[in-house]
Write a protein that binds this ligand. Structure first.
Ligand SMILES: Nc1ncnc2c1ncn2[C@@H]1O[C@H](COP(=O)(O)OP(=O)(O)OP(=O)(O)O)[C@@H](O)[C@H]1O
Length: 645
């Protein structure tokens, strides 16, 4: 039973194989005939043979074999005999006539043993057809090599990629290659990371269009201007810093890159671009820059603050106790105490040298702003063209000479007090600008567009009758009312004679400390003398007389013989000419003499009615003596004649 089954299985296996062979024979693409050479008959033909001879299978079996190869019968016989003898034979060009048309066949003949005789398998190929196919193949080959340049480029890059694979994979820099048309040939993993594209997405695309199409500001980046593509034209390495490539997500990536042309046998075939993502570096640089800017601004501000503070330290006004027991002074002190804790604007009015600045400082010192500076602006000393810059600051390049940003006084006084001395001297056309800041506490630096907010308390002072100026039209009424919120009047010395002894003691202490002549006293009788002198208003006159006598005094008692003469003649300050003076005394005398001259000329050194003219010496000589003796002529200027500091 088992054997029978195996047998059946073997039979069916053989049958199925026969079927396959038969199908292979029948459907083979070349024409095939099985010929019995002895019987000169066609035993079988396949479909291609039937197509070749334009005959059906039956018709082919009816014709003799020699009939099919009529024009080349002799060659057919030779071919058949060779196959019968050798097992196979070949003829490259055997002519046959089909439908009165001669065609040439390439024939392979194989002898097969069948049923105790030899039969022949003819495989026939139409030579024309073959030729045609060969030509097609050649053309194809030619086409392939016509794409040769591309293939060559690809090969160059493939070689590059293969040879440098390890480096490309490991490199932290993005690396990609482009051919001379800017088409991407490869890209390494770092480039994929940086740009967010996979290599397959960019391979074969125009790299410039994909990642280098726009500048940072969004404007079109013409490929003609692209340094990467430029490398193809000039053949040199191009290194570019701080450019942008565009990532897949549309974000700009700041890059530094080098584009190196690649040559094959001296011909440029493309370029390899090595780039580094410098986004973080640029962000850090920008942070650093803005930090430095901030530091620079703070430094400027601190320097200015320092300058002001130094000015204050040097200033005699640093001793701002208000001395006096008179009703007038008591009244002023009471007003100061009332207004200081508020932020109200104060307008101090009074003659020159009657303590207006002293009052302003006292208000600031007792206000909540005392740990921020009081910034003084002498409005009479600022040239009109610099007024805005002085008050509001400017930015670099705002005008000729604006070499760097400058902080204005409003900014500097932020959270502190701004003392507008000689406020009546502000030119009319600039008063509106000041008014705006006073109203809105906002301003812009000259040349800048950023609005700055400031928190400043204003104290203004003037020796002018502002209401009169308003009437004359040289002072804005709205500004006057804005300033005159809390008026305080300083009192001239002539109206506070009772304060003279106290003031005299105060100035004596100050002068003797300065000149290191301690232990000096003013006798009561001399205090009476001082009280009896008809003082004008400026307290500096009393201060100067005392300083002069401190310098001249040889004992410990101060006397003021000059007062009488001053009263009588209002000239010749020093009466010590008959005294014998030692070197130091002479120097003191010289100093005193200069002080008197300066006082008389209200600090004017040069020119007509100047101290030099009065003393009969050259202004330059006086100038250098003043410097040597550390005298500040500004101290003697009446404010109305004071000009640029
Ligand atoms: N009550 C006072 N007690 C002590 N010193 C005073 C007093 N009043 C004025 N002085 C002194 O007189 C001098 C002039 O004062 P101050 O500069 O404040 O006057 P001013 O009115 O602002 O002068 P100017 O109008 O010239 O600017 C200073 O040395 C100041 O110390």
């Amino acid at each position: 039973m088992q054997t029978a089954i195996n047998h059946d299985y073997a039979d069916s296996e053989i049958n199925s194989r026969h079927n396959i062979y038969e199908q292979l024979f029948l459907q083979a693409c070349h024409a095939q005939l099985i010929i019995d050479p002895l019987a000169n008959s066609v035993l079988s033909s396949n479909q291609s043979a039937q197509t070749l001879f334009h005959l059906t299978a039956e018709a082919l079996q009816k014709v003799s074999a020699s009939q099919l190869f009529t024009p080349s019968l002799g060659e057919l016989i030779v071919l058949s005999e060779e196959a019968l003898a050798e097992g196979h034979a070949w003829n490259g060009a055997l002519a046959v006539a089909i439908n009165h048309q001669e065609i040439t066949l390439e024939i392979t003949v194989t002898a097969i043993e069948y049923d105790q005789r030899k039969i022949l398998l003819f495989v026939l190929i139409d030579s024309n057809d073959l030729q045609h196919k060969r030509e097609n193949s050649d053309a194809n080959q030619h086409y392939q090599s016509g794409m040769g340049h591309w293939n060559k480029v690809t090969r160059v890059f493939q070689e590059f990629e293969r040879e440098n694979q390890l480096i490309l994979d490991a490199a932290g820099e993005g690396i990609y290659g482009v051919d001379v048309n800017g088409i991407t040939t490869f890209m390494n993993p770092a480039a994929e990371n940086i740009l967010g594209y996979r290599a397959e997405e960019l391979a074969g695309t125009d790299m410039h269009k994909m990642i280098h199409h726009s500048h940072l500001d969004g404007s079109h980046f013409d490929s003609c201007d692209c340094p990467i593509l430029e490398a193809f034209r000039d053949g040199v390495v191009h290194t570019v810093e701080k450019d942008v490539f565009w990532s897949k997500s549309g974000q700009p990536v700041y890059v530094d890159y080098t584009s190196t042309p690649i040559k094959d046998n001296g011909v440029i075939v493309g370029a390899v671009i090595v780039f580094r993502d410098v986004t973080q570096k640029i962000a850090d640089e920008q942070k650093l820059l803005s930090a430095l800017n901030e530091v620079e601004q703070l430094k400027n501000r601190l320097e200015l603050e320092k300058a002001y503070l130094q000015e204050e330290i040097k200033s005699e006004f640093n001793h701002h106790q208000i001395i006096g027991n008179s009703t007038a002074i008591k009244d002023i002190i009471q007003k100061i105490q009332m207004v200081a804790p508020t932020d109200a604007t104060v307008l101090i009015h009074g003659e020159s040298g009657t303590g207006k600045e002293l009052i302003a400082r006292a208000i600031h010192e007792t206000s909540r702003r005392c740990d921020r500076p009081l910034i003084r602006v002498n409005c009479a000393a600022i040239p009109a063209e610099l007024f805005e810059s002085e008050f509001f600051g400017h930015i670099k390049g705002a005008f000729t000479g604006a070499a760097s940003d400058r902080t204005g006084r409003f900014e500097l006084a932020d959270k502190g007090t701004l003392f507008l001395d000689e406020v009546g001297e502000i030119p009319l056309h600039l008063q509106s600008k000041l008014l705006r800041v006073l109203q809105e506490q906002q301003f812009e630096r000259v040349g800048g567009s950023k609005t700055h907010t400031t928190d400043v308390r204003i104290i203004a002072a003037t020796n002018k009758d502002l209401l009169e100026k308003v009437r004359q039209g040289s002072f804005r009424e709205d500004l006057y009312f804005r300033l005159n919120v809390f008026p305080i009047s300083s009192v001239p010395l002539r109206q506070r004679i009772d304060d003279i002894p106290l003031l005299a003691q105060h100035f004596l202490k100050r002068s003797s400390t300065r000149t290191n002549k301690l232990g000096l006293k003013i006798p009561l009788s001399e205090l009476e003398n001082l009280k009896n002198y008809s003082w004008p208003g400026n307290i500096r006159e009393l201060e100067n007389i005392i300083e002069r006598q401190v310098i001249l005094s040889q004992g410990e008692k101060l006397r003021f013989p000059e007062l009488k003469h001053m009263e009588e003649t209002s000239t010749k300050p020093a009466q010590a000419v008959n005294q014998l003076l030692n070197e130091n005394q002479f120097k003191d005398y010289q100093r005193s003499n200069i002080l008197s001259a300066l006082e008389k000329c209200q600090g004017k050194v040069f020119g007509h009615n100047g101290a030099a003219e009065l003393l009969g010496i050259k202004p330059t000589t006086l100038s250098s003596r003043i410097k040597k003796l550390k005298i500040d002529p500004k101290k003697f200027r009446s404010t109305s004649t004071e000009h640029h500091d």
